[in-house]
Design a protein around this ligand. Structure first.
Ligand code: GTP
Ligand code: MG
Ligand code: ZN
Length: 336
């Protein structure tokens, strides 16, 4: 690892960044500073809890903070960053650059806002957890996350948890078929009885997978079953807040699977404020594959649109069409 005089580096950095935006730092760096940044090691953010950041670097967890010029940058769990390792046991690592993301899950407060919140960066998979005993609310939420996952290049999985509370399981059949038809794997679980947890675990191998869902659906309960000794790992990373409601995102390794699992705080709503209504259909697979011959068709009642035929042929599920119409009108309203 290159030896770096951190103090000198930071001075140079401050000078270079006196007049630039705090986000894309490296653009404005001098050639010598750029070389130093390039020599820095790449670490991965595993926890962000109010200004406290933990990264993993060569299997070691390092508490970190931003180097001088990086103040004001926002990083999320999963982000790849360049770090200067700590000089001694009393020091913390310094983050010197945020690298481009391969994938992202972004939500906004509501559809009219553009206040991007990055739920997770560079993950492969997103598991949307719903409660099987309140499927209708959960499915509406899930449809929004599926759109955001498509925008952010993530593979979605649906997890219908709390199945121990469902007496008539045939109520789940339609939802399972509907999502499997559009290529979304569905897992039915109970964190209470352990049912389905192994089937969920099998989807994790070799991936970074994040959980999202409303508060109380059982994300952390599943997480605790999937990650043995989780309390110890979480204590090491230093998560703060109560035991029950997750207050900050955290990534932990899943032993034996070469996988990382990210638990995130429950959210009330999943806004799509950064998406144009005109692009919405591209992010519902059954509409993206519709073979509609009209140019720029929104499949919203245009004469000659193929949607009615696809609906009649069962290629598009009425509930998904209903979702599309609701989201389309919400995004249009938001665009004003
Ligand atoms: N019956 C039943 N209860 C469950 C199941 N999974 C979780 N619970 C309970 O539901 C409550 C909420 O579970 P959590 O795992 O904390 O939910 P969460 O999704 O992490 O919630 P937030 O952190 O607030 O987002 C707890 O009381 C759990 O014991 C399940 O499969 N069946
Ligand atoms: Mg939780
Ligand atoms: Zn059309």
């Amino acid at each position: 690892m290159a030896r770096i005089d951190v103090e000198a580096f930071e001075d140079e950095w401050e000078d270079d960044h006196a007049f630039v935006e705090p986000r894309r730092k490296t653009d404005a760096l001098s050639e010598s500073a750029k070389r130093k940044v390039a020599e820095h090691e790449v670490a991965r953010v595993v926890a962000v809890d109010r200004g406290r950041i933990t990264v993993v670097f060569e299997d070691e967890l390092l508490p970190s903070r931003f180097a001088g010029g990086m103040r004001g940058t926002k990083v999320s769990v999963g982000d790849r960053v360049r770090v200067v390792p700590p000089r001694d046991v009393n020091d913390v690592a310094r983050i010197t650059e945020l690298l481009d993301r391969d994938s992202w899950l972004i939500r906004t407060g509501d559809d009219a806002q553009e206040d991007e919140r990055v739920v997770v960066a560079n993950a492969d998979q997103i598991v949307v957890v719903l409660t099987a005993d309140h499927l209708d609310v959960g499915v509406r939420f899930a449809d929004r996350v599926l759109v955001a996952a498509s925008v952010g290049r993530l593979d979605p999985v649906l997890c219908l948890n709390k199945v121990d509370l469902v007496t008539d399981r045939s109520t789940l059949d339609d939802a399972v078929a509907r999502y499997e038809a559009i290529g979304v794997p569905v897992r039915i679980t109970s964190a209470e009885t352990g049912e389905g947890v192994d089937e969920l675990r099998m989807l994790l191998a070799g991936t970074w997978t994040a959980f999202t869902g409303h508060s109380g659906v059982g994300k952390s309960s599943l997480f605790n079953l999937l990650v043995p000794d989780v309390d110890q790992v979480v204590a090491e990373i230093g998560r703060f807040g109560g035991r029950h409601t997750t207050v900050a995102a955290i990534a932990v390794p899943v032993p034996g699977l070469e996988a990382w699992l990210v638990d995130t705080p429950g959210v009330r709503s999943f806004g799509l404020g950064t998406l144009d209504a005109d692009h919405l259909a591209d992010h519902l697979p059954e509409l993206a594959q519709l073979d509609c011959e009209l140019d720029d068709c929104l499949h919203d009642g245009e004469p000659g649109c193929r949607l009615p035929a696809a609906l009649a042929a069962g290629e598009v599920h009425p509930a998904r069409l209903d979702t599309y119409r609701r989201l389309l009108s919400a995004l249009r309203d938001a665009e004003g």
